[in-house]
Design a protein around this ligand. Sequence first.
Ligand SMILES: *[C@@H]1O[C@H](CO)[C@@H](O)[C@H](O)[C@H]1NC(C)=O
Ligand SMILES: *[C@@H]1O[C@H](CO)[C@@H](O)[C@H](O)[C@H]1NC(C)=O
Ligand SMILES: *[C@@H]1O[C@H](CO)[C@@H](O)[C@H](O)[C@H]1NC(C)=O
Ligand SMILES: *[C@@H]1O[C@H](CO)[C@@H](O)[C@H](O)[C@H]1NC(C)=O
Ligand SMILES: *[C@@H]1O[C@H](CO)[C@@H](O)[C@H](O)[C@H]1NC(C)=O
Ligand SMILES: *[C@@H]1O[C@H](CO)[C@@H](O)[C@H](O)[C@H]1NC(C)=O
Length: 362
Amino acid sequence: MKIFEMEKRIRMVILLIGFITMGFGIGDGETECDLYSGKWELDSSYPMYNSSECPFIRKEFDCIKYGRPDRLYLHFRWQPLHCDLPRFDGEDLLERFRGKKIMFIGDSISLNQWQSLICLLHAALPNSTIVQQSNDTTRTIQFKEYGTSVMLFLSHYLVDIEEEKGIGRVLKLDSIKSGDIWKQMDVLIFNTWLWWYRKGSGQPWDYIQVGNERVKDMDRMEAFRHGLQTWANWVDSQVDTNKTKVFFQGISPSHYNGNEWNEPGVRNCFKETTPINGSTYPGGLPAASWTLEKVLSEVTKPIHVLNITTLSQLRKDAHPSSYNGFKGMDCTHWCIAGLPDTWNQLLYATLISSNTVHIYTN
Ligand SMILES: *[C@@H]1O[C@H](CO)[C@@H](O)[C@H](O)[C@H]1NC(C)=O
Ligand SMILES: *[C@@H]1O[C@H](CO)[C@@H](O)[C@H](O)[C@H]1NC(C)=O
Ligand SMILES: *[C@@H]1O[C@H](CO)[C@@H](O)[C@H](O)[C@H]1NC(C)=O
Ligand SMILES: *[C@@H]1O[C@H](CO)[C@@H](O)[C@H](O)[C@H]1NC(C)=O
Ligand SMILES: *[C@@H]1O[C@H](CO)[C@@H](O)[C@H](O)[C@H]1NC(C)=O
Ligand SMILES: *[C@@H]1O[C@H](CO)[C@@H](O)[C@H](O)[C@H]1NC(C)=O
């Protein structure tokens, strides 16, 4: 009997150690697996679904439907250096988040990831009833049998743009009015970057307001930093992270400059059909990553950085290029099926790794 007990205990301890060592970034310097350092490996069991059978893909991302001829890009699996990424299990995710709300908040990169997650879940449970709803700000897809909602809140800057009489559209770097909706959710995945350098007719505001000052323009990286800081303060002061798990997505890279991947002269991703070999991107991290990293490292509440920048930089082959429904050259967004499925696999891995979300470690 006693030996039995002891064995049980030893087993539990081993299990615990196993759990800790495979842990996803458990805080204090224990051996930890960095899910975000790794490489792309060919794996014929990927992609995780057939995009022709996902009825939710927008024309911007539906590469195969719009004639993409090569298929190799679908067959890569992200392999972290020191552990394996669990396979995405849609049924398990819906079961764990029964009755809960998962919301993506940000620009069209958030839309990209939201659609991928819906396709992944739909592929896992093709017969689940889907209820769609939208209003001005929020698009919701609910998997009815589970009551799980997967939502999208489009916000280019996270901070507000407001129309002011006699002045115009003002980008308010200190203001987040939508936070009251966001904080009711159970999982939040934020992202913002694409729009911060827009100028001319693509710029959706006329003035920037910082504190009490209104200016016509300012250093855009500084504006980005200020907006992120407002977001960070909002998380620290407003979000109950015991209830709501908070993710911030790293910068999603684009591929318009072949110098970055040692193909000087190349100006887009049109001919790219394979990922970059290995774990490092010759061009290094985009400048915005450093700003992001700095601000996020000062958040005191537990948040998790979905640090997809490097692994996505390696995927110069994963953009729609001209295989989309508007016939522009797009080396910014990503094909679905494709890379965003891996982002969601990382999201899933982190969500199931324990009940608390870890954790930005400096
Ligand atoms: C994907 O689904 C479509 C439509 O059902 C089918 O024609 C096609 O063969 C499938 N592709 C693969 C790779 O299974
Ligand atoms: C979905 O429903 C169809 C038709 O009722 C059935 O043939 C199929 O096996 C079901 N698929 C799953 C995964 O339950
Ligand atoms: C839009 O829908 C969301 C989610 O259902 C809800 O929280 C929000 O209040 C709605 N907004 C408006 C303006 O109705
Ligand atoms: C969250 O949980 C921790 C540990 O149980 C507790 O100390 C803390 O006060 C809780 N925070 C809030 C905002 O409820
Ligand atoms: C990638 O790198 C590995 C190790 O350096 C090498 O064995 C392999 O041949 C390379 N693959 C390609 C496609 O260059
Ligand atoms: C993201 O990963 C890259 C490469 O592994 C690393 O250099 C960077 O510091 C990480 N950023 C964050 C915010 O963790």
